[in-house]
Ligand binder design. Structure first.
Ligand SMILES: Cc1cc2nc3c(=O)[nH]c(=O)nc-3n(C[C@H](O)[C@H](O)[C@H](O)COP(=O)(O)OP(=O)(O)OC[C@H]3O[C@@H](n4cnc5c(N)ncnc54)[C@H](O)[C@@H]3O)c2cc1C
Ligand code: SF4
Length: 700
């Protein structure tokens, strides 16, 4: 039962939006409410919004009822910024339009377009979008911009902040601002004078405070997604430019993004890479500093533990197993539009770092097999750790950045920290060129001792990153609930006050994705932790990353593979704990159609899954388990008498087709509906598309 205000919202919105897209049953709210982070909140209502007019209405109606809203794209966020216990507005289906502009120099994209899909629109022109998160095959434009997501090649030069040309947003009062439309800008400046003045006042406050001004400038020299993009207030004078850039990295807390126009970037035709093994992390980091001024497209660091986690891969070279404990690898990528220049770049790189000895000789390779293995070793790190973890634990990926000169020392300090708190499976890797390090480890949240261990790690990490190295606590994954308690620690009181004012300017009632990014609760990162109960061996390793969703044919109709696993886990948890039989019954009521009957069981999801989970296989097992005794007998009989079964069906279909040819479509439909009705649905309905029985295949 919905609380009265939510019921009212649902009733009011049902007049504008197809009620089938306003979900409030326990199965769907849980399924749609889950994202890739290790936090869980279950929304009261999920609205699958299909266009801007619907979003405006949702925003207006929710405002009237003082109800909080959270926007969602692909739900691959890792820091707890795409979840809510209020209303989740999913803007994916219906948000797929794009437009190439200015002779392909720009591309306008709606928020529900998957990042890699945007790149397929641009590929024929040798172009791509700037942001390149590793999740680009699943993450969508809305989330990529709202998180200022980035990856191995875009660095700080080609991320959303740097490549955004225009944006169209819906503010908390339902007003639309389209920065590409002069009329919209003029109207906005006129209708929102106070907001514009506030922005100008913030800009001036910073410009009049020299130390704050330089502090902000410096903090964005390395990747930084902790808090708002307040570099907008130092980089731009015009309030509309400031608003446009503030939206990047705002994590859905300031406004809804209806579309974004990016300046496109060149996608070079020829690529080569090399895995350089150094004797120590210090050598690898010193080489990275030198590579900063070399023609490299990417420099990725893999520590010894990272290499160890891939050394059993059949394609891994034998020497991986014999590397000394102190070794560290750099994966260096080189790109160009001509092979000659590519080779010149490779030579330039070699010259640049020749003063630092490598453990083995190295060559650049474009050979698909070797090239693929090198990148597989790097990209496979998260799944490798994820796949090796104990069932019931969560895989956590953290995301920090350090000034490049301190990178070596910071790597060693991080490794000491893992040792101190006994995170023995932790691996360290990342975009070294940007000083951006990820560390991946498994974490149990099922006992207080484990939660305490995590708390201690995070507190000490904040001190290490901020006080010792002046780094950023979040480099590319967004602040979220995970880092919100540490934003003030990283930014200091003056900058944090500015961030709080930004939130108030755009969302005075704190109803747009509240508690994300700005959160007064110092323990917010330890609350609402997602349970990861064991359910079935086939799916227990699922990280709920959502990478399988774009490959699933039933996603959007009913559930995606991730959502099927989420539901199966919750059923297992409720059955095991007997915590809430009513909720269990409510979920079970819808599960047959949502989880089982609408799964094509084609296994396509496994192709995209980092830990190779075939949810289709799981659904087949589920199906078998759900069958009662007599259904099982029928299934067994059919399975063991396929020749007879197909013969009967062949004759049956031919007979139906014969009657159709005599009676015609109208009479046949009426008759079939009548028989379906009087048989209480036992006899299936006939449809004109039903095939005719085929002739028997002749065997030799
Ligand atoms: C395995 C894995 C690897 C990853 N690798 C990277 C990486 O290399 N680099 C990186 O940066 N990130 C990475 N991520 C994190 C994540 O994929 C990115 O942050 C991504 O950009 C999130 O996009 P999404 O479509 O999933 O957004 P969601 O998770 O749905 O939402 C993200 C944020 O955007 C807001 N939002 C969504 N749509 C809108 C809208 N229309 N208007 C306003 N706000 C909106 C949401 O409220 C939320 O705060 C990774 C994630 C996983 C699971
Ligand atoms: S099934 Fe695989 S791809 Fe899908 S959410 Fe789980 S781990 Fe990710």
């Amino acid at each position: 039962m919905l609380a009265p205000s939510y019921q009212k919202l649902k009733d009011n919105l049902s007049k504008f939006i197809d009620p089938k897209r306003i979900l409030d049953n326990p199965l769907q709210t849980l399924a749609y409410g889950t994202d890739a982070s290790f936090y869980r909140l279950i929304p009261e209502i999920v609205i699958l919004a299909h266009n801007e007019a619907e979003v405006i209405e949702i925003i207006k109606q929710a405002k009237k009822l003082n109800i909080a809203l959270t926007f969602r794209a692909a739900g691959t966020s890792l820091s707890g910024q795409a979840i809510t216990d209020s209303v989740l507005v999913v803007a994916t289906h219906g948000w797929k339009n794009f437009e190439l502009l200015d002779n392909n120099q720009k591309i306008k994209l709606e928020p529900g377009i998957v990042g890699s899909r945007a790149n397929t629109f641009l590929a024929p022109h040798g172009l791509k979008i700037g942001p390149d998160p590793a999740s680009i095959n699943a993450a969508m434009i809305g989330g990529i911009v709202a998180n200022n997501a980035s990856g191995m090649c875009c660095g700080t030069a080609q991320n959303s902040y740097q490549t955004i040309a225009d944006i169209r947003i819906v503010l908390n009062d339902g007003t639309v601002l389209d920065t590409s439309d002069a009329e919209s800008v003029a109207a906005f400046k006129n209708s929102h004078k106070a907001l514009i003045q506030e922005i100008e006042s913030l800009r001036n406050t910073i410009k009049n405070d020299e130390s704050l001004y330089h502090f902000i400038k410096n903090k964005f020299k390395i990747k930084n997604t902790t808090g708002y993009s307040i570099n907008a207030l130092v980089d731009y004078e015009d309030p509309i430019e400031i608003i446009k850039h503030l939206m990047v990295g705002s994590e859905g807390t300031l406004a809804f993004i209806s579309n974004v126009t990016f300046k496109t970037v060149i996608d070079e035709k020829f690529k080569s890479c090399s895995l350089l093994i150094f004797n120590t992390i210090q050598d690898a980091c010193n080489a990275t500093i030198l590579l900063k001024s070399a023609p490299v497209a990417a420099v990725e660091l893999l520590d010894r533990d990272s290499i160890r986690s891939v050394e059993n891969d059949p394609a891994a070279p034998d020497y991986f197993k014999t590397l000394p404990e102190s070794a560290c690898a750099l994966l260096v990528e080189c790109r160009d539009n001509t092979v000659e220049v590519l080779q010149q770049k490779q030579e330039a790189i070699r010259l640049q770092i020749q003063s630092i000895p490598t453990y083995t000789d190295y060559e650049f390779t474009s050979d698909p097999k070797q090239y693929y293995f090198n990148w597989k070793a790097r990209k496979g790190l998260l799944p490798t750790v994820g796949g090796l973890r104990k069932n019931g634990t969560t895989v956590i990926i953290e995301d920090v950045a350090f000034p490049l000169p301190q990178l070596a020392e910071a790597c060693l300090a991080l490794k000491d920290l893992f040792k101190k708190y006994e995170y023995h499976d932790a691996v360290l890797f990342g975009h070294a060129l940007e000083g951006n390090l990820h560390f991946v480890f498994s974490q149990d949240f099922s006992t207080q001792t484990e939660v305490d261990r995590y708390e201690k790690l995070m507190s000490e990490l904040a001190i290490l990153v901020v006080d010792r190295f002046n780094g950023s606590l979040k480099a590319e994954h967004g602040t979220g609930r995970n880092m919100a308690p540490f934003v003030e620690k990283e930014w200091g009181t003056a900058a944090y006050e500015i961030m709080k004012r930004i939130k108030t300017i755009f969302d005075p009632n704190n109803k747009i994705n509240p508690d994300v990014l700005i959160n007064p609760d110092p323990k917010a990162h330890l609350k609402n932790l997602k349970p990861m109960p064991e359910s079935h061996a086939i799916v227990d390793k699922c990280m709920e990353c959502g990478f399988c969703e774009p490959y699933c044919v039933s996603e959007g109709l009913t559930l995606s593979p991730r959502q099927r696993i989420v539901i199966a886990r919750e059923i297992s948890r409720l059955e095991e704990s007997n915590e809430n039989p009513t909720r269990l019954a409510a979920i079970r009521k819808d599960v047959t159609y949502q989880l089982d009957e609408t799964c094509a069981t084609d296994g396509l999801c496994a192709l995209a899954c980092p830990v190779n989970i075939d949810t289709g296989k799981f659904v087949k097992t589920w199906r078998a388990n759900e069958l009662n005794g007599s259904s099982k007998k029928v299934a067994e009989y059919i399975g063991s008498s396929m020749a007879g079964t197909t013969a009967v069906l062949r004759v049956g279909l031919k007979a139906v087709s014969f009657f159709h040819s005599i009676l015609g479509t109208r009479i046949m439909t009426t008759l079939s509906n009548g028989i379906h009705f009087i048989s209480f649905g036992k006899v299936p309905k006939w449809i004109p598309e039903m095939p005719k029985g085929a002739d028997k295949i002749k065997t030799l």
